[in-house]
Design a protein around this ligand. Structure first.
Ligand SMILES: [Zn+2]
Length: 437
C-alpha cells in the first residue's frame, strides 16, 4: 500500500484516493484515511509538521505557517480553578506563535484540501461556504496560486476578506442562505463535471485530518492526552477530525491514556445536534431545525448554523459522542458574549463568537461539576486575534473583485465561470505566472 488509502466506515472497502469523497458502492458513511506510516514530526512549515497523517504523498507545495498554538492557560485557569487547562489557539497571535491570518482554523482545511486536489485531480475546486471556509480557501488560493470557485450567500459577502490579494478566486453570490449556496455549488459541479469538482465538505478527508491537527499539536505539547476536549460545532467536521486523529494516535502509542471526552457546544436558539443529543436521539428530526431562518438570524455565532450536519451517519457526531462518553451544550447569546469578554480580559486576546461558545461550554461544565480541578482539559479556540491582526495588516475585501457572479440560472453561471477561468488563465499566462491547476 502507498502512504494512505481511504476506507469506507460502512463496508470496509479500501480505495485509492482520486479526490474520492464517497464510497464507490454508494454508502452514506464517511470515508476515513488510513496511513501506513507512524507519525513523526517533519521539519516542514505549519500543519505540514504532521504531514505523515495528512492526505498527501508529495512534498507540500501549499506553503503556510498556519498551525495551532497550544499553551497552558493561567488567566482562565485561575478564573475557573483548573490546574491543567490548555488552550489550542487557532488564529492570529504572533506573540504566542500563532500565524493564522484568516484568524480561523478553517485555514488548515484549505491548505490540506488544495494539496490533496493538486495531487489527485485536475479539476477546479468548488466550495460552498457561509463565510469562514470561503475566507480560508481564498487566503490559501492567494498564496498557492490554485484557482477556486467559492459559492456564498450574498449576505456573507461583506464578511469576506483576506490578507493577500485573492486574484485566483471566483466568487458566486447566492440570494439565500448557506443551504442555497450548497445547492448551487452542487449544480455547478453537476453541470460541468470535467472542469469542476465539489470540495466535499465534511466528507473531504483533507478537511477532517487537517482540523484534527489541533489534537496532535496539543498532545505533543502536553505530553499526555487531554481528559476533556471542548469545541463549538456547526457541522462537527472539526470534532470528527479530532476524534479520528486521536484514534490513530491511540492505536499507535501504547503509553497514552484513553480517548478524550468530547464536549461539543452549539449556539441557541439554533442547535439541532444539541437538541437531538439531549433527547438521546441518533437522528436529527424536522422539529430540531424548525423555524431555521428566524432562529439562525437570532444567533450570535451564526457560522455555527448548519441544518444538515453529519450527525447520524456512520462515523458522524452521534457516534463520536457515544464512543467518548461525550456531552453537548446549548449556549445562549448572553452566555457566549460574557464568556468572550472574560476570555479576552484574562487571556489577553480577542476571540470570535464561535470560540466564545466553546468557552461558555467549559464554564458550564465547571459549574456543573463535570470536570475536576486536576483534570487535563483542552479548549479549542477555533478563531481569534482579529483585533490583533488589524493592528498589523491591511486586509483586502473579496467582494470588491470583478469576478463576482450574480446570475440566476445555473447554465448562465457555468458559462460565466468558464469565461472567467479562461480569461483568468490568459491573464496569468500574459503576466508570466504559473497557475497550479
Ligand atoms: Zn462502502
Amino acid at each position: 500500500m502507498g502512504k494512505y488509502v481511504l476506507r469506507c466506515l460502512e463496508c470496509g472497502l479500501r480505495v485509492a484516493d482520486a479526490y474520492t469523497n464517497k464510497c464507490p458502492r454508494g454508502h452514506d458513511g464517511l470515508l476515513r484515511s488510513e496511513y501506513s506510516c507512524e507519525l513523526s514530526l517533519r521539519k516542514l512549515g505549519g500543519i505540514w509538521k504532521f504531514w505523515d497523517w495528512l492526505p498527501s504523498t508529495e512534498k507540500p507545495f501549499v506553503n503556510s505557517d498556519a498551525m495551532p498554538a497550544t499553551y497552558k492557560s493561567e488567566g482562565l485557569a485561575r478564573e475557573l480553578r483548573l490546574r491543567n487547562l490548555y488552550v489550542s489557539f487557532n488564529g492570529f497571535w504572533p506573540e504566542r506563535g500563532a500565524f493564522v491570518e484568516t484568524c480561523t482554523f478553517k485555514e488548515y482545511e484549505a491548505i490540506a484540501t488544495f494539496q490533496r486536489a493538486y495531487e489527485t485531480t485536475s479539476r477546479i475546486l468548488v466550495v460552498a461556504s457561509a463565510g469562514n471556509t470561503a475566507r480560508g480557501f481564498a487566503q490559501v488560493s492567494a498564496s498557492c496560486g490554485m484557482p477556486v470557485v467559492c459559492v456564498v450567500p450574498e449576505k456573507a459577502l461583506r464578511r469576506l476578506w483576506a490578507t493577500k490579494e485573492p486574484s485566483h478566486v471566483v466568487l458566486v453570490a447566492v440570494r439565500g442562505d448557506y443551504p442555497d449556496a450548497i445547492r448551487v455549488a452542487a449544480s455547478i459541479c453537476d453541470a460541468c463535471p470535467h472542469l469542476f469538482v465539489s470540495e466535499g465538505g465534511f466528507r473531504n478527508v483533507a478537511r477532517r485530518d487537517a482540523l484534527g491537527v489541533v489534537l496532535l499539536d496539543a498532545v505533543f505539547r502536553m505530553h499526555v492526552f487531554p481528559t476533556h476536549y471542548f469545541q463549538a460545532v456547526g457541522s462537527g467536521t472539526g470534532a470528527i477530525g479530532v476524534f479520528e486523529q486521536a484514534t490513530r494516535l491511540l492505536n499507535e502509542s501504547k503509553n497514552m491514556r484513553g480517548m478524550p471526552r468530547l464536549h461539543l457546544a452549539q449556539n441557541l436558539p439554533f442547535a439541532p445536534m444539541f437538541r437531538a443529543w439531549k433527547a438521546r436521539r441518533s437522528k436529527i428530526i424536522p422539529e430540531d431545525t424548525a423555524d431555521a431562518e428566524i432562529r439562525i438570524r437570532q444567533m450570535y455565532a451564526d457560522v455555527l448554523s448548519n441544518k444538515n450536519p453529519p450527525y447520524a451517519l456512520k462515523g458522524g457526531v452521534y457516534e463520536i459522542l457515544r464512543a467518548t462518553h461525550g456531552e453537548m451544550y446549548g449556549i445562549t447569546n448572553e452566555e457566549a458574549k460574557s464568556a468572550q469578554k472574560l476570555f479576552e480580559s484574562v487571556e489577553g486576546i480577542d476571540i470570535d463568537p464561535a470560540a466564545a461558545v466553546a468557552v461558555a461550554a467549559l464554564i458550564q461544565a465547571v459549574e456543573r461539576g463535570v470536570i475536576r480541578k486536576e483534570d487535563t482539559v483542552l479548549l479549542n479556540i477555533s478563531g481569534g486575534g482579529y483585533k490583533r491582526l488589524n493592528e498589523s495588516h491591511l486586509t483586502c475585501l473579496l467582494c470588491k473583485m470583478d469576478a463576482t457572479i450574480r446570475a440566476l440560472e445555473i447554465e448562465e453561471i457555468v458559462k460565466e465561470l468558464q469565461e472567467c477561468i479562461k480569461g483568468h488563465t490568459q491573464r496569468a499566462t500574459e503576466a508570466g505566472e504559473t497557475l497550479n491547476i
